[in-house]
Design a protein around this ligand. Sequence first.
Ligand code: SF4
Ligand SMILES: [Zn+2]
Ligand SMILES: [Zn+2]
Length: 415
Amino acid sequence: MVRVRLRNPDRVEQVDGPMTVGELLDHLDVNPTTVLVIAGGELVTADAELDEGTEVEIRPVISGGAGAPRCVVCRAPAVIEEPRHRAAWCPTHFVDHVHNQVRKAIDHPLAGRPRERMCSYDDHLLVAVSGGKDSLALWDVLLTLGYRVDGLYIGLGIGGYSRRSQQICEEFAAARGARLHVVDLAETYGYSTPSGARATTRSACGVCGLSKRYVFNKVAVDHGYDVVATGHNLDDEAATLLGNLLRWHDDFLARQRPVLPATGANQVRKVKPLYRLSEREMAAYCVIRGIDYVVEECPLVDGNTGHEHKEMLNAVERSAPGAKAQFLFGFLDRADAFAEESRTGDDPVLGACGQCGMPTVGETCAFCRQRERILSTLPVLATAPAVSSSAVSSSAVSSNADAACDDLPTGSSHR
Ligand code: SF4
Ligand SMILES: [Zn+2]
Ligand SMILES: [Zn+2]
């Protein structure tokens, strides 16, 4: 056994060894950044091995002790800690922290790139909302910070999941007197995500992602918005980065940015103001702000490589708090080099789609081609036996229902 003396308040625990200090703290549910660990009279780090018979002291280093951290701003009891920031906050100051991180993302998206400021108070923003925590939190933050921002919900036709998501978005908008655009994929374009996936060889997420990207841009262009904002958070972006690096998707790496400027007519800027904030921070923000969101995942998410990448990164984060942010921010600091390396010649010239007028490098845009394929096959499928949801599932990237449902930007490993 390892004998553990926890201080302030004092108690003694006997824990089965051997184990590392990190495992011990994990077992005791103690935040490593709030304590010192002393074994044999010496300070030890999280990776130190504790053999049977070792005596360990766990000494809190912030006022209030390991079990009751205090807000770094006002010293009131904290409700959330972030080892990455080596900080804890009361509800009020946690909300300030989230707002500050979004301000920082908007005003200084990448060091030394002032032209890539996400948006200004003159812009009219459209936030893509799915009913999940990230996009609704983003809408709330942007409204609170005083931006002119409306919402866009796309009805994907995924049964009760879509109905609940739409209802939550409508309630959110109504409670704040905000404008919400609703586009129903089936009513407007003749297919839903499940029927579109049945009609093509693409995954449900592939059909869905292309449709959403198209509709976000189309609605923004049609209604004169300057910017489309999506709720991708730090975990989403780091997982996408890992997936793109593991497969060396140079072209995706070159475009994985918090700001994607419009490069031609009928295109709007796309921004990710939550890229500095973790999934956990966004969930906490919703709870503190009383934002109701869809907790369940889209039923078409399956075989989820993004989820695996998130788990890998979480394992690293656990032993090295801040590693995930360093991974993503370090990449973004070097993003220009990736963009330069992947450049193989002149950038493709964007023209207008012959069918819908939206930007494309060919004669017909990918969305119109996909839609044509789906609509030509659907009447045949209508006479065939129905396919269950699970049979049309795909290899979506994220277990985060919101990220899966906000937007699948070019450069995402979501497919
Ligand atoms: S997981 Fe997201 S992208 Fe995939 S089908 Fe569901 S809503 Fe669409
Ligand atoms: Zn406080
Ligand atoms: Zn088109």
